[in-house]
Design a protein around this ligand. Structure first.
Ligand SMILES: C[S@@+](CC[C@H](N)C(=O)[O-])C[C@H]1O[C@@H](n2cnc3c(N)ncnc32)[C@H](O)[C@@H]1O
Length: 358
């Protein structure tokens, strides 16, 4: 590739940089866009990717391992004393103003040590940008100022929903005191990321029914019952706290791979720790059997070749649903509250679930 048309800055969970590349490279190549890895530091929390064409463009929402994404406009070396002047100089030559500015750092221990600096620097930068005529609340362009360390700023731009709507792609949520486990934050984040505010209002309604496979102690179940959704909690382990004996919880000590509801339910959620292929086959069987129209589930990935394992798991679902002529939409994300896993949202599109079963 001669000069790339675009350089992307991708932020990841530390340790997943190569997985992000192994996902992005085939995505671009399959669409006829030549690409190369420009920079990747293992455990660094980011990578730079060059693409020979700016279209089709990478988008945060379609990439599982990419938490945040922007197009790089400058890469600036910074001195110890005056960091503002070189940044403003690099941005002035770019002209058009930005609607907002986000200071971002790697989600690593080194990155965390920069947060004091970025907090102080943010108002200074905004003041400088305003004075230079580079901030305009009406603009949809967002400026990302990414500090791999204090001596370097990678300046990037994103627009609209091509990037995560939260700085560093991290949705911070408060742990609800009543929820029986911290896992509750995973499902809360999944609802925000995959459904958005409007989607949650339309798709998570009082009076609906759900099945939670691998439910104990009840963090995911709690997210459902707090929205008035009757939940069949399947687990040999005990439900705890607010989920133990709650009128909307029906706890069944059964094997999540064998259990099937008597009637279709509105939601299937699954957090069982199992082989991704086994979980995907199970979820696919529920859709093919007409037992649910939408599901959120976790895939615990192996230590190596995670992008490949993920692709295989998604192919299994896609193949099974295609064979049954079930139109569907799928989205995958390694959420902030996920660790060695990704969360998948799968929904049937159009048509009705087949009749009752059981
Ligand atoms: C990560 S924990 C689930 C945590 C839960 N989502 C929460 O928010 O509290 C995994 C659960 O899956 C359950 N599990 C594993 N294999 C299972 C199976 N075959 N059938 C039912 N439950 C299973 C385990 O007992 C365990 O409680």
């Amino acid at each position: 590739m001669s000069a790339p048309a675009v350089r992307y800055l991708l932020q990841t969970r530390a340790g997943f940089e190569r997985d992000a590349w192994q996902e992005v490279e085939p995505w671009l190549l399959e669409r006829g866009v030549e690409t190369r890895l420009a920079e990747l530091v293992e455990q660094g929390g980011f990578l730079l990717v060059d693409a020979a064409d700016s279209q089709p463009a990478l988008n945060w929402s379609t990439l599982a391992f990419t938490r945040q994404l922007c197009r790089v406009v400058a890469d600036v070396e910074l001195g110890e004393r005056d960091r503002l002047t070189p940044l403003l100089a690099a941005l002035r030559s770019r002209g058009t103003p930005f609607g907002s500015v986000w200071l971002e750092v790697p989600d690593t221990n080194d990155g965390k040590s920069l947060s004091g600096f970025t907090r102080k620097f943010q108002p200074l930068l905004e003041e400088g940008l305003t004075a230079a005529g580079l901030l305009d609340a009406g603009s949809r362009r967002r400026l990302h100022v990414y500090f791999p360390h204090k001596g370097r700023a990678i300046l990037g731009v994103s627009q609209g929903d091509e990037a995560a709507p939260w700085p560093m792609g991290i949705l911070r949520l408060r742990m609800p005191a009543e929820a029986p486990s911290r896992s509750t934050l995973k499902l809360a984040e999944a609802f925000e990321v995959f459904l958005g505010r409007d989607g949650q209002r339309d798709r998570l309604k009082e009076g609906m029914t759900a099945v939670d496979l691998g439910a104990a102690p009840g963090g995911w179940t709690w997210q459902l019952i707090r929205r008035g959704i009757k939940t069949y909690a399947i687990d040999n382990g005990p439900m705890k706290g607010a989920c133990d004996g709650h009128p909307l919880v029906k706890h069944l000590r059964a094997d999540g791979f064998r259990y099937r509801p008597q009637h279709p339910v509105d939601w299937l959620v699954c957090d069982m720790v199992e082989q991704p292929a086994r979980v995907s086959d199970l979820i696919a069987a529920w859709f093919v059997g007409g037992l649910t129209r939408q599901a959120i589930f976790n895939l615990k990935l192996p230590m190596k070749k995670r992008a490949l394992a993920l692709r295989d798991a998604l192919d299994r679902i896609g193949d099974a649903l295609d064979a049954a002529e079930i139109r569907h939409t799928v989205a995958v994300k390694q959420l902030y509250h996920d660790r060695e896993e990704v969360t998948v949202y799968l929904a049937r599109v159009g048509g009705k679930t087949r009749g009752k079963r059981g």
